[in-house]
Design a protein around this ligand. Structure first.
Ligand SMILES: Nc1ncnc2c1ncn2[C@@H]1O[C@H](COP(=O)(O)OP(=O)(O)OP(=O)(O)O)[C@@H](O)[C@H]1O
Ligand SMILES: [Mg+2]
Length: 330
């Protein structure tokens, strides 16, 4: 069985600044699956922008290789650039011209028919405002216009560096919705973010980096399955813990009526846990799978990374969830 080729891949990618004093990206192996939204998640200064700039030929790596859609970059970037749209810095827009005119200039510059402009304006939901000056646009609308510009060539791959930065909640919502739609339409969207909640909302898969290194790459759903544990509220908790332990479960008791129930080998199923308790005459008042937040996962991974910075190619994952494998896109 062969894995489908990633849309974007980096191998041993490395970039230092100030004659090696600052390591921005260290031996980074990324594999972005084709189709869907892939988040590139890391705190400030972890090397996200540097990586995206290297992919786009704006910064030269010290070491490593990269491919976009199977084409070596930056060596053969011109062979693939027409299939890639990107926003890595503030897009330049002419404020005293309409959104429509801004896009028409761009379309003309890259030799595209004028009708294409109307397609992309509709695609980002700006049709009603297209003839107004950009200076009257909200930041969210400007960002949507910038996204429309990247869509002119109808690219297969989109690369956005923190596209919701600086937007108000309404603008953030607009842009996130757009990203999800683009991913759902079959395009490969690589989007960097330092916001865990954002990644949970928009991404199918995520690569998490800390200090320029890959910590893990997993499907977002797998990251959040809480390692197959179930939280149960039941009285008396001690009796319930005995019953569940006898049935082969691992039980965590926190001194209240709340139990955390797992299995040593597989995921604990809420209905199976309920049955075991019910057969012993114990009725839970609450029973739900444990949802570990991305924030918990991130802090756990970063904490471990601090302890093992020497270890190359570290790849951790939540227990038993198959993390570390390149995630497929549902
Ligand atoms: N041109 C440069 N000269 C010197 N150091 C740089 C340069 N560009 C980036 N760095 C350093 O490299 C590291 C990674 O920076 P980078 O901008 O890639 O991180 P980031 O993950 O995009 O951060 P943020 O979330 O703040 O955008 C940081 O320590 C940064 O200070
Ligand atoms: Mg950045």
């Amino acid at each position: 069985m062969t894995e489908p080729a990633p849309a974007i891949a980096t191998h041993g990618l490395r970039k230092t600044y100030r004659h090696g004093a600052v390591t921005a990206v260290a031996d980074l192996d990324l594999a972005v699956p084709a189709g869907g939204v892939h988040a590139f998640l890391g705190p400030n200064g972890s090397g996200k922008t540097t990586t995206l700039r290297m992919l786009l030929g704006l910064v030269r790596p010290d070491a490593g290789t990269m491919e976009i859609l199977g084409v070596r970059v930056p060596e053969d970037l011109t062979d693939v650039i027409d299939r890639v749209g990107a926003i890595v810095e503030q897009p330049r827009l002419f404020p005293t011209m309409s959104g429509l005119a801004n896009l028409q200039i761009l379309a003309q510059a890259i030799g595209l028919p004028r009708e294409r402009v109307h397609d992309v304006i509709a695609q980002v939901g700006l049709a009603a405002r297209a003839k107004q000056d950009v200076r009257g646009y909200s930041l969210g609308m400007r960002q949507r216009l910038a996204i429309a510009a990247t869509l002119l060539k109808n690219p297969d791959v989109l690369i956005f560096d923190e596209p919701t930065n600086g937007l108000d909640p309404a603008g953030i919502h607009e842009v996130r919705t757009m990203l999800r739609q683009l991913g759902a339409s079959g395009k490969t969207v690589l989007v960097s973010s330092h916001l865990l909640a954002e990644v949970q909302q928009i991404a199918d898969t995520v690569s998490i980096i800390g200090r320029g290194r890959l910590l893990t790459q997993v499907p977002v759903a797998g990251l959040l399955d809480g390692g197959g544990r179930v939280r149960v509220r039941v009285t008396p908790p001690g009796e319930a813990a005995r019953v569940l332990t006898a049935a082969g479960y691992l039980v965590g008791l926190d001194g209240s009526e709340l139990l955390t129930v797992g299995r040593p080998d597989s995921a604990a199923q809420p209905d199976a846990v309920a049955r075991v308790l019910g057969e012993a005459g114990l009725w839970p008042t609450e029973l739900a799978p444990v949802a570990e937040s991305l924030e918990d996962v991130f802090l756990r991974l970063t904490a471990t990374e601090h302890l093992s910075v020497q270890a190359p190619g570290i790849a951790f994952g939540p227990s038993g969830s198959g993390a570390g494998a390149t995630g497929g896109v549902a």
